[in-house]
Design a protein around this ligand. Sequence first.
Ligand code: NAP
Ligand code: GLV
Length: 313
Amino acid sequence: MDIIYYHPSFKNDTWFTGIQARLPQARMRVWEPGDTAPADYALVRTPPVEMLQGRSALKGVFALGAGVDDILDQLRAHPDMLAAGVPLFRLEDTGMSLQMQEYAVYTVLGWFRRFNEYQQLQAQGQWTYLKNHVRRDFTVGVLGAGVLGLAVAESLKAWGFPVRCWSRSPKQREGITFYHGNDQLSDFLADTHVLINLLPSTAETNGIINLAMLNQLKPGAYVLNLARGAHLVDADLLAALESGQVKAAALDVFAVEPLPEGHAFWRHPNVAITPHNAAVTLPEEAMDYIARAIMQREAGEMPTGQVDLARGY
Ligand code: NAP
Ligand code: GLV
């Protein structure tokens, strides 16, 4: 079994040793330009188009992340990048849910207990009591009720916040209110105090966090973007922060990464920034899934995690 591998920044050794230990029959190689030798599987992040082009014998391409917008963007520009019938798989959870829960719970509790405001008061040497938020009014709305969105919703539900989610298709779970489709988006947004984004980046969702959306949230809302920078219209968030419609934002992802020097988010007193590491790919967990999925493919089965290319996620 031949596996080709390409990642712009991961340590290759970790993946080679890990895959070899799990699949002793595998021969894995880093793909180099000009390599057209046969391959059964590909492990990739933002792969060069030529790596996959013309490879109709591939039994699976494994994205080494949860989001596949990078690959689908390339596929739109080069429709022959994936031969017909070659399945694309993505990482579902593989340790990312817990990381997202940590980030979301930390951030929401910080806003709920107004810790960011106390930090600013401390910098001014001020001993001031701020009025507490009321938990039952501190409604958290999660855009996206997939693997990560639901995990985050469950963790905030456990902290006693009213939690709602918005997705494409209807869902049901105890203690969470679900909305779906564009018709129910306004109902989802009304009364949402904390907006958390965990949507995939697609033609339908890019630019979705704009002024029209922000203005429908509860005045003084909080915004946490954990998904992709393309979802957010930066100028609209800045305008909403300026007017007070949005009180604070925490952003892990940006339209341009690294966030360019001089961007207004860098020095905004009510914007917290992390460098796209809300939930990183954990190699051991990811390789457990990939090795299992390859064994399933070898047995003629279809593993979970297949991306619907037409839907875009
Ligand atoms: P997922 O399981 O595919 O869930 C996506 C959710 O979005 C689903 O509930 C889906 O609805 C919903 N959705 C998609 N298009 C929609 C639309 N047009 N309208 C309404 N809802 C829509 O994805 P995931 O594993 O939770 O990951 C979500 C995203 O997180 C990834 O795509 C990636 O961009 C991002 N991410 C970021 C980091 C980071 O470090 N910042 C790390 C990992 C992932 P249905 O349930 O009805 O299909
Ligand atoms: C990270 O952003 C991922 O999509 O895995």
